[in-house]
Design a protein around this ligand. Structure first.
Ligand code: NAD
Ligand code: DAU
Length: 350
């Protein structure tokens, strides 16, 4: 049995990962670590202990706490780390960058130190989950490859780029067995309703206007969360030491087109719901430093890892919109105190 530490396990991608990996990898035991910040929710991991018993454990640790991290490494004898934990929301990083430096940079280095000091041999792997945002913005043409120079625009992406550089330095300096994946925009169940897709669904259901930044022509490249997580497992198992792999599904959409598609889907799925009205789009002040376009070239992962996304955009969006309609209780329980304060700060004056 391999003993794997998964950080950020109660967040959107992390919780989907833990559920999927426990199902697909019967020789993995997963220690799911999370500090349970505003974005971490134990409800996302519900039922796993009952289903997987000793193959699953949850620990509440903040990765900024070096001693907490080291104690866990001493106790557990990990075969690998899959590191998702991060402050992940660009708009929040613009409102307050420091927390992003603390968690994304210092927290990552604490984990790297834990791995450097306590991994039992050089086969033990550290997989760092990064993002296309480290490459900055594209114009109308082209796509990011692993050779594209990093050029982050937001405090969030700068903190992720810094953490990537630390990971690469641990490979070069200490020969720690590190791999980095950089993925495009994920969507799917359990995504916190501050990110574009779940936020728009929530607002539409609540009859609120849908705030589109700028003119809505910015482009994002989308992947269903399970496809990202299958790529994560492949990179963990087959990636070459010290390498970076871009993950994406070649699925670019302009924000405005995506928001209009969500409205069309909701009109179909909610046609019988009393009081549901077609939501209005409100063009609001742009995000400062808003990257125009992202597009990932995942050829290296396809070629070297056999990475192949399976879920079409049409299928994934239907599944996601239905999930948010059927799991209204899940997001209603989240949108209280801290969430409302954030929404006020972020949108009131736009
Ligand atoms: P999320 O915000 O939904 O989840 C992050 C999780 O990390 C939460 O459970 C939170 O409690 C935990 N966390 C935050 N600070 C912590 C700390 N100090 N110690 C321990 N745990 C802490 O984020 P997500 O969208 O699931 O993203 C996961 C990872 O994937 C991040 O590293 C992000 O940069 C990366 N990523 C995300 C996307 C995307 O589209 N969402 C795309 C590419 C890469
Ligand atoms: O590209 C990968 C990144 O995708 C991840 O690294 C980040 O963790 C993740 O948050 C995401 O970043 P984005 O900034 O692209 O995602 P967000 O959902 O915040 O916004 C998507 C696009 O929609 C972006 O162009 C901004 C726009 N937007 C977003 C919100 C929340 C709006 O127009 N209105 C909104 O209210």
């Amino acid at each position: 049995m391999k003993n794997i530490l998964v950080t950020g396990a109660a967040g959107f991608i992390g919780s989907n990962f833990v559920r999927r990996a426990l199902k697909l990898k019967s020789d993995w035991r997963i220690v799911a670590l999370d500090a349970l910040t505003y974005a971490g929710n134990l409800e996302n991991l519900k039922g796993l202990k009952e289903s997987y018993k000793e193959r699953y454990a949850f620990v509440k640790i903040d990765i900024r706490d070096k001693n907490g991290v080291f104690n866990l490494f001493k106790q557990e004898d990990f075969d690998g780390v899959i590191h998702f934990a991060a402050e992940s929301h660009v708009d929040r990083s613009i409102l307050g960058p420091l927390q992003f430096v603390e968690t994304n940079v210092l927290g990552t280095v604490n984990l790297l130190e834990g791995a450097r000091k306590f991994f039992k041999n050089e086969e033990c792997r550290f997989l760092h989950i990064s993002t296309d945002e480290v490459y900055g913005a594209l114009g109308d043409k082209g796509a990011f490859t692993e050779e594209t120079k990093i050029d982050p625009s937001s405090p969030y992406s700068a903190s992720k780029a810094a953490s990537d550089l630390f990971v690469l330095s641990y490979f070069k300096t200490y020969r720690l067995n590190c791999v980095i994946t950089r993925c495009c925009n994920n969507y799917g169940p359990y995504q916190f309703p501050e990110k574009l897709i779940p936020f728009m669904i929530k607002r539409a259901i609540d009859g609120e206007p849908l705030p589109v930044y700028g003119d809505g022509r910015n482009v994002r490249d989308w992947i269903f969360v399970d496809d990202h997580n299958d790529g994560t497992i492949l990179a963990f198992e087959k990636g070459n030491k010290g390498e970076i792999y871009n993950l994406g599904a070649r699925c670019e959409k302009r924000n405005i087109d995506l928001v209009k598609l969500l409205i069309e889907k909701l009109k179909v799925f909610l046609k019988d719901r009393k009081g549901f009205k077609e939501p209005e789009i409100a063009f609001v002040k742009d995000r400062p430093g808003h990257d125009f376009r992202y597009a990932m070239d995942p050829s290296k992962a396809e070629r070297e890892l056999g990475f192949k996304p399976k879920v079409s955009f049409e299928e994934g969006i239907d599944l996601t919109v239905k999930w948010y309609i059927e799991n209204e209780g899940w997001w209603r329980r989240i949108i209280s105190g801290e969430y409302l304060e954030y929404i006020e700060k972020q949108y009131a004056k736009r």
